[in-house]
Design a protein around this ligand. Structure first.
Ligand code: FES
Length: 218
């Protein structure tokens, strides 16, 4: 086992574990929206999970750090809190806030992170950041709402985990990046309707069933 300190507390974990998982497993809050438990270290898409690690030149995203013996970590210094809040503000500026009309209301990761970071969830759209692409109705099992999507990539990664033939992918570049599906075939429709892991993984209600609802928990 690897031993380290987080916020002055000694914790241990198996080697090759990502630091964010260790924090969360020990009930130490670090904001996160793109993390998939059990996934290999990757990504750093949402940029919320900043922590300070003694000896590192700058704050790091905990989900991209592999734990090491003797590591000393701080999760709630003023510096990391400011970075975490800035990252959340950036996500909010690209997210159309319409909580009352959203099926993910009260189950939304953005709401949860804003509450935990003591921030108000208010619209602060930045020109060019908010997607003006229309809702994508082409998949037979779900709709995709680009104006809510924060491009965390959880839907794509969980699809890779669940389906032998991946049904979701990123498309486009920069501010025009989207999630696209290859799922307008009959066979994909069958697989996806039985799975729905992508909708359940989405933290913000950007993937919905055709009737605008979310699936019940499995
Ligand atoms: Fe680490 Fe999203 S959870 S960057």
């Amino acid at each position: 086992m690897i031993r380290m300190t987080i916020d002055g507390r000694t914790v241990s974990s198996p080697p090759h574990t990502d630091l964010l998982s260790v924090c969360l497993d020990n009930d130490i809050f670090v904001p996160h929206l793109c993390h998939l438990p059990g996934n290999p270290i990757e990504g750093g898409a949402c940029r919320l999970c900043f922590v300070e690690v003694t000896g590192a030149a700058r704050p790091l995203c905990a989900c991209t750090v592999t734990v090491a013996e003797g590591m000393e970590v701080f999760t709630n210094t003023p510096r990391v809190r400011e970075l975490q809040k800035s990252a959340l503000r950036l996500l909010l500026s690209a997210h159309h806030i319409d909580c009352k009309a959203c099926a993910a209301n009260r189950r939304c990761g953005l709401q949860d992170m804003a509450r935990r970071l003591n921030m108000r969830l208010r619209a602060a759209p930045q020109p060019g950041l908010m997607s003006d692409n229309p809702v994508d109705h082409t998949h037979p099992a779900f709709d995709y709402l680009p104006h809510r999507c924060i491009l965390c990539g959880k839907c794509v990664r969980i699809c890779q985990r669940h389906q032998p033939e991946v049904q979701l992918s990123f498309a486009g570049r920069g501010f025009n990046t989207l999630i696209t599906s290859f799922g307008s075939t009959a066979s994909a429709s069958v697989d996806c309707a039985e799975c729905l892991a992508c909708i359940r993984a989405c933290p913000v209600g950007a993937l919905l069933l055709k009737d605008g609802s979310l699936p019940a928990s499995p």
